[in-house]
Design a protein around this ligand. Structure first.
Ligand code: HEC
Ligand code: HEC
Length: 351
């Protein structure tokens, strides 16, 4: 009986197998390379792990703030002292605390704050709480990191108005500071370390465990039915398309006045009103602002970059009109305000 030779088939099989081996080899080599990379850079991994919040992922457009961030407490304490020290300003009268009142939501209750030499700023002081979770800093998003921001605020003539070299010399006269910097930093009292200490303290100003976060973490009783309805309306009306993520804002740019001309209606357009245009000089960025965080928003009146609206309900109406082209009923406005009040979190200095 004639049997078909099976050789060609086994050659084919062997070829397939060889290819499979090759593919497997490439996968193993890639995995080893990834592993090696991780083993090689343990330092950078630990450093970023400290700054990165551990996210608690929920199936909602808003995420809860981490309950605890790992921060160097000794640097936090040093930054806390600097934050309150008026020697950080040219005339020894203004500290960070002058404009960012920690017990009033981390903002100022004035539309525009007073800086060094009594200069009045041209934009409302935003909250300093939870700034670490904002993708961009300032109303116009000019800065990406707290360190860059602090670099600028120290020299800003409307705020601290002091040269770094002068500030360093001033602080060097205080043995308390030289000792504290020597304890925390191998190179002692430098501009970079002043920035780092203040930034570390600002990072400690986060406000977890708001009633809304408790709700997101699974405690359905943390909100009343009216507050839950307010959250539903916040989503259904589209507020959440701009105010979302862990900070309920802070991660997008949008024009203020998409559905109506807010600035024409308000009048007296200022340089600050040009928003992101002041950073990019791009016509398309005129009147564009970073969508602000709504965390602790019940405590940060007056509202908007121009500090023009005193009540939360008023701010919600402006948003509905100019950002969404809707007029909300009084009932829905109150319900959304009730929801926004559940975003007030916990921090020993918050209230
Ligand atoms: C004179 C009042 C004033 C002083 C003093 C002041 N700030 Fe501010 N701060 C502001 C204003 C106003 C803004 C908003 C500026 C803008 O958007 O153009 C701001 C913004 C910020 C922001 C960005 C917040 C965000 O989410 O965008 C941080 C962080 C901050 N300040 C920290 C500090 C620190 C740290 C100090 C002390 C070194 C300080 N500020 C001193 C008024 C002040
Ligand atoms: C298209 C994007 C967009 C939508 C939609 C939107 N907002 Fe805003 N929201 C912004 C921007 C941008 C600002 C900052 C405006 C400014 O002051 O320049 C802001 C500011 C606010 C403020 C003031 C915050 C502060 O600290 O001053 C509140 C409150 C607010 N929004 C609530 C809402 C509510 C409630 C809704 C839904 C009815 C809503 N927003 C819809 C973009 C949006």
């Amino acid at each position: 009986m004639y049997q078909k030779p099976s050789i060609p088939f086994s050659i084919l099989n062997r070829r397939v197998l060889r290819r499979l081996y090759l593919v497997a080899l490439v996968i193993v080599a890639t995995l080893v390379a990834i592993w090696w990379e991780k083993v090689q850079t343990p330092q950078s991994i630990t450093v970023t792990a400290l700054a990165q919040p551990q996210t608690f992922v929920v199936d909602e457009p808003i995420q809860p703030i981490p309950l605890k961030l790992a921060l160097n407490q000794s640097k936090v304490a040093l930054g806390k002292t600097l934050f309150r020290d008026p020697r950080l300003s040219a005339d020894n009268r203004v500290s960070c605390l002058s404009c960012h009142h920690l017990s009033r939501g981390g903002a100022d209750d004035k539309a525009f704050s007073f800086g060094v030499n009594g200069n009045v700023g041209n934009i409302n002081a935003p909250t300093i709480y939870n700034t670490e979770f904002n993708a961009h800093l300032n109303w116009n998003g000019k800065y990406e990191t707290l360190e860059d921001f602090i670099q600028a605020v120290i020299q800003n003539p409307m705020e601290m108005g002091i040269q770094w070299s002068v500030l360093r010399q001033k602080l060097q006269q205080s043995p308390k500071y030289t000792q504290a910097f020597a304890k925390n930093y191998s190179d002692g009292l430098t501009a970079a370390n002043i920035k780092n200490a203040i930034a570390t303290y600002v990072r400690s100003l986060y406000t977890p465990n708001s009633r809304f976060d408790q709700y997101l973490r699974g405690n359905k009783k943390a909100l009343t039915d009216a507050e839950k309805e307010g959250y539903r309306l916040f989503k259904a009306n589209g507020c959440v398309s701009c105010h979302q993520g862990m900070n309920v804002g802070g991660n997008l740019y949008q024009k203020f006045g998409i559905m109506g001309d807010y600035f024409r209606d308000r009048g007296n357009i200022t340089q600050a009103d040009l928003g992101r245009y002041n950073v990019t000089q791009d016509e398309a960025d005129k009147f564009v602002f970073r969508v602000p965080s709504l965390r602790n928003v019940a405590l940060t009146s007056p509202y908007f970059h121009d500090g023009s609206v005193k009540t939360l309900e008023g701010a919600i109406r402006v948003m509905a009109k100019y950002e969404l082209g809707r007029s909300l009923s009084d009932k829905d406005t109150l319900l959304i305000a009730q929801f926004l009040r559940t975003l007030t979190g916990e921090h020993p200095e918050l209230n």
